[in-house]
Design a protein around this ligand. Structure first.
Ligand code: AHR
Length: 506
């Protein structure tokens, strides 16, 4: 089918906060242990970090990394992870029914981040703990005064503060599964008290209040309103979390996920701005979309991912949430990135959940290789090419009917512009029809005063939607050059059914 779009540098959404390309590392399954940290591995450095994983994380291009959870943080004592390793306690991790050895804690994680070149974003435990422990951690991490906590930090090998900017006030406190789950009123009051105290210690921090764990939560909407009524003056961000999966083999419905994410963001913005209006306040609360991904959470046999262990077994680093991503997942994933960029004015931070082994773009085998899952490619390419300012790209295309979301356009696109060029990201959500997209570049060419050409193009598509990269075949799915060319002021891109593409023009 034919489709058309217009690329106009004046259709500006916002400058892109690099934190939109963040990641998330939780103490969960084989994420830390046997993932980023495997002292016996042939590629391990002197601190036990796998250098093959470090190289892949660098290639992925993740800006900030949220740590240490997730559900894990709601039972975590951060002090267990500092000081001489021999003295660190083994603890039960109730969230994932595992044993935490505490071999990796704040210092080790920061050392790893220094190697991958990403910035730390910390979550505090508001599940089993509260304001005092959040203040202890903040003082330990960020204070440059001489105190008992900072003396300990120095004794543990770090005189200069970690200088952590972004802090999450707990994790998914709306979820009944969360240790210490609260209702919106109680959480709002606790988050406000904690935020005020944290700012007294370090006025430079940026704070994230917990929003809903999903748009489908029964309290969605009223949770955001109540929490923001309490915390409006105290926080900078409210979080969104959302995971998508194919249900019952319905690829077409799954391909509408970007629309669901857009509605989620737009609803939270509307609520935040309603609270602002009632407070007669011009402040704009931003969104930290600090958990997003494809996750096969609900399995066909009725079980839920992550609930494998019950009763007596408390394994160390079990295989949990090790989803294998296929080509279809990667196309949906690319569309989620497009959607985040389309909302770059309000989504000022986002964290792909997660990074290694656990619902991750990077997989590892103990003693064996590390490899890229299908979702690695759209993230790495969008993070590298999606710089500068985000531009709205109106597209006229066919549409399909989603059972949950109504009319959904088959094509979705966004562009970015920087000093060196322009990038176009586009997805074809149709399961049946290829599309020939014609993009009118006249406004761009006029603005630049010269013509442009395609200097890079990438297509993610596989005739087998369910093809994946696995230990047996780590390079089954990749990206190839897209059929894209510029003729005069028109860019044409051929998009097979179920495909994602990125085109760089300069
Ligand atoms: O990312 C996996 C889990 O999903 C996180 O621990 C939790 O915050 C969410 O429910």
């Amino acid at each position: 089918t034919d489709a058309s779009a217009r690329l106009d540098p004046h259709y500006e959404i916002a400058d892109i906060d690099r934190r939109l390309f963040g990641g998330f590392v939780e103490h969960l399954g084989r994420h830390i242990y046997d993932g980023i940290f495997e002292p016996g591995h042939p590629s391990a450095d002197s601190d036990g970090f796998r250098t093959d994983v470090i190289e892949l994380v660098k290639e992925l291009g993740v800006s900030t990394i949220r740590y240490p959870g997730g559900n894990f943080v709601s039972g975590y004592k951060w002090e267990d992870g500092i000081g001489p390793k021999a003295g660190r306690p083994r603890r039960l991790d109730l969230a994932w029914h595992s044993t935490e050895t505490n071999e990796v804690g704040l210092h080790e994680f920061q050392a790893w981040l220094d190697r991958v070149g990403s910035e730390l974003m910390l979550a505090v435990n508001l599940g089993t703990r509260g304001t005092p422990e959040a203040l202890d951690l903040l003082e330990y991490a960020n204070s440059d005064a001489q105190t008992a906590w900072t003396d300990q930090r120095t004794a543990n090998g770090r005189e200069t503060p970690f200088g952590v900017k972004m802090w999450c006030l707990g994790n998914e406190m709306d979820g009944p599964w969360q240790i210490g789950h609260l209702d919106a009123d109680d959480y709002g009051k606790l988050a406000s008290r904690t935020a005020k105290a944290m700012r007294m210690l370090d006025p430079g921090v940026e704070l994230v209040a917990c929003g809903s764990s999903g748009r489908g939560m029964p309290t969605f909407g009223s949770w955001e309103r109540t929490v923001l009524e309490h915390t409006f003056d105290d926080v900078d961000f409210i979080s969104c979390h959302s995971y998508y999966q194919e249900h019952d083999g319905d690829a077409q419905e799954f391909l509408a996920s970007g629309v669901d994410m857009a509605r989620f963001i737009e609803s939270v913005v509307a609520i935040a701005d309603t609270v602002a209006a009632t407070k007669k306040n011009d402040k704009r609360i931003m969104i930290s979309f600090d958990e997003w991904n494809v996750w096969y959470l609900h399995r066909e046999d009725g079980t839920e991912s992550g609930h494998e262990f019950k009763g007596g077994a408390w394994p160390v680093a079990p295989r949990l949430l090790e989803d294998k991503y296929n080509a279809l997942d990667a196309v949906v994933f690319g569309d989620l990135l497009i959607t985040l960029l389309q909302h770059a004015d309000r989504v000022r931070s986002a964290s792909l959940a997660q990074l290694v082994n656990v619902i991750a773009p990077i997989m590892t085998e103990p003693g064996g290789p590390a490899w890229r899952q299908t979702t690695f490619f759209p993230f790495a390419i969008t993070s590298r090419l999606g710089q500068g300012r985000a531009l709205r790209v109106p597209v006229s295309s066919a549409s399909f009917t989603s059972e949950k979301l109504g009319d959904v356009p088959t094509l979705n696109a966004v562009a970015t512009i920087d000093d060196e060029g322009v990038s176009l990201f586009v997805v074809n959500r149709s399961t049946t029809d290829a599309a020939d997209l014609r993009v009118d570049l006249t406004p761009l060419v006029r603005e630049l005063g010269r013509g442009v050409e395609v200097i890079e193009s990438h297509l993610l598509h596989d005739d087998d939607l369910y093809a994946a990269n696995t230990l047996e075949n780590t390079e089954r799915v990749g990206v190839r050059e897209a059929a894209a060319s510029v003729d005069g002021d028109v860019l044409t891109v051929a998009l097979p059914a179920v495909s994602w593409a990125a085109i760089r023009l300069a």
